[in-house]
Write a protein that binds this ligand. Structure first.
Ligand code: BES
Ligand code: ZN
Ligand code: MN
Length: 505
């Protein structure tokens, strides 16, 4: 999509739709009537609607008006409500922009323009970023398998107007580079969504490896893939055990981006769970809802897409991406409950339940991460149903040993609206994963399931580490304004924001 910011007004702009964002504030709306053109039919119409109580600026309001050519060159005018002025945040803008874009496309419009609404406490660059996110992420669809009866309509052009040098405290140039940055990050988020939504007959560990290579093309990321041979050589015992039951070979994916001035500066390592389908294995899952397990590789999708984004943004930071990928299937060659595996760090683990496969494959990556002398390791995994029970689909579960990183992720999660909520990892929880026959077991019983999964991972970390359980947030059950049902690409925006800050230091 062609997105730009121009100096100019909406009247002279020729597009399929021009949006006026309206706070729920009668005085504001009354004052804004002057922009419609003195005595014009458009102004009369708005005045009548206001008097009738049909133009309020309420959060879900979306009114379409049709200006005459001499009033405004654009075909349509959309009045999009923002809700109570004191409640307007960047998230309000994302959602309102998404609704405006969807409505425009529903009316077969291809071009859209608007002035940015005001958001207290945010500058023009941040507001533009949110608006672009709303539009691009809101228009996302996964429809490549659907028969196309007619050529699909897409928004081709988005124009942000400004009539001043100063756009809520940002310069023209700042707004325009915020737009460019938002486009890169949204494209990466959409790439993650596409990977998540791909059905598992077309998506297996080898394919995930190819996607990582695609993501790395031409932007300086080095990719190394381990197949069976290398997995065995490097004793990646968890990935091998989980992949044993599948006809498809497993993969360990290494992506290295060294963008810092000092290529040897301690990197941040991102680890992703890449189970391309999770049947549960011999501890087979019940049938209902099993189809959702196509996106049990969302952690890996986020890692791959984030590396792509930061490399394209040329962030001044060193980042390593590690993805453990396998398909968890039941078969005559699959691992059994009761099997014991011993990791190269000496820790033995009883596989009490083959459906707790995520932690088994992540352990290999967490051990592997150590050789990079990481500044910090963040793992992302659709790890536990227990996390979804605790937090629903609203927020990601966060556990870890580094207060500074947790505080940063909390703050940035609120900002980009990919929120994280901390769960504790107190020593007492360790008792729950004690095994009779091995050092630890891979399930912790009925209670505190998100935490006992983290306690397992903790055994393989001896560096600053954060675990993000995205089981609830990686997949939407219902669509909201800019998050579709299905894969959400969650945490691409959060991690890119965090790495942008880290790069600035
Ligand atoms: N991939 C699942 C977790 C999951 C559940 C993700 C729902 C997204 C939505 C994971 O591999 C799993 O099966 N976990 C088990 C662990 C249990 C056997 C200890 C679970 O949560 O039931
Ligand atoms: Zn799983
Ligand atoms: Mn499982």
């Amino acid at each position: 999509m062609n997105i730009n910011v121009i100096k100019g007004n909406s009247e002279s702009f020729d597009s399929d739709a021009v949006v006026y964002f309206q706070p729920e504030d009668t005085k504001w709306i009354k004052d804004s009537l002057k922009w419609y053109g003195e005595g014009t039919p458009l102004q009369q119409q708005a005045t009548t609607m206001l008097a009738a109580g049909d133009l309020t600026g309420r959060k879900d309001e979306l009114i379409v008006l049709y200006p005459a050519k001499k009033e405004m060159r654009s075909k349509r005018m959309l009045l999009v409500g923002l809700g109570k002025p004191e409640m307007i945040t960047l998230e309000t803008v994302r959602r309102a922009a998404a609704r405006a874009a969807k409505k425009t496309v529903a009316l077969k419009g291809k071009s859209l323009g608007f002035f940015l609404p005001e958001v207290k406490g945010s500058n023009g660059a941040e507001i533009a970023n949110a608006a672009v996110e709303g539009v691009l992420l809101g228009l996302y669809k996964f429809d490549k398998f659907k028969k196309k009866t007619e050529k699909p309509i897409t928004l081709e052009k988005l124009t942000i107007f400004c009539n001043d040098k100063d756009i809520y405290g940002s310069s023209f140039k700042e707004v325009s580079s915020a737009i460019d940055r938002a486009q890169v990050i949204c494209a990466a988020t959409i790439f993650a969504r596409d990977m998540e939504n791909e059905p598992s007959n077309f998506k297996y560990p080898e394919v995930l490896g190819k996607w990582a290579q695609d993501a790395a093309k031409g932007n300086g990321i080095k990719v190394t893939l381990f197949g069976d041979k290398e997995l065995k050589k490097n004793k990646m015992i968890g990935i091998l055990a989980v992949g044993e039951g599948s006809a498809k070979e497993s993969r360990f994916i290494i992506m290295e981006y060294r963008g810092a001035k000092d290529k040897k500066a301690q990197p941040i390592v991102l680890v992703g769970k890449g189970i391309t389908f999770d049947t549960g294995g011999i501890s087979l899952k019940p049938g209902a809802g099993m189809g959702d397990m196509i996106s049990d590789m969302s952690g890996a999708a986020t890692v791959i897409a984030t590396l792509k984004a930061i490399a394209e943004l040329k962030l001044n930071v060193n980042v390593i991406g590690l993805c453990s990928s396998a398909e968890n299937m039941p078969s005559g060659t699959a691992a059994r409950p009761g099997d014991i595996i011993t990791y190269p760090n000496g820790v033995s683990a009883e596989i009490d339940n083959t459906d707790a496969e995520g932690r088994l494959v992540l352990a290999d990556a967490l051990i592997w991460a150590k050789q990079y002398n990481p500044k910090h390791v963040i793992d992302l995994a659709t790890l536990t149903g227990a996390c979804v029970v605790a937090l629903g689909h609203v927020t990601t579960g966060m556990m870890g040993n580094d207060e500074k990183m947790k505080t940063q992720l909390k703050r940035l999660g609120d900002k980009v609206y990919e929120r994280v909520c901390e769960l504790p990892i107190y020593d007492e929880y360790d008792d729950l994963i004690k095994s009779d026959c091995a050092d630890i077991k891979n399930v912790g019983g009925r209670w505190g399931g998100a935490i006992t999964a983290a306690m397992f991972l903790k055994r393989f970390t001896d560096y600053p580490w954060t675990h993000l359980d995205i089981a609830g947030t990686a997949r939407g059950e219902t669509s909201t304004d800019y998050i579709n049902k299905g894969g959400t690409g969650v945490c691409v925006r959060l991690l890119t924001e965090m790495l942008t800050e880290q790069a600035g230091k």
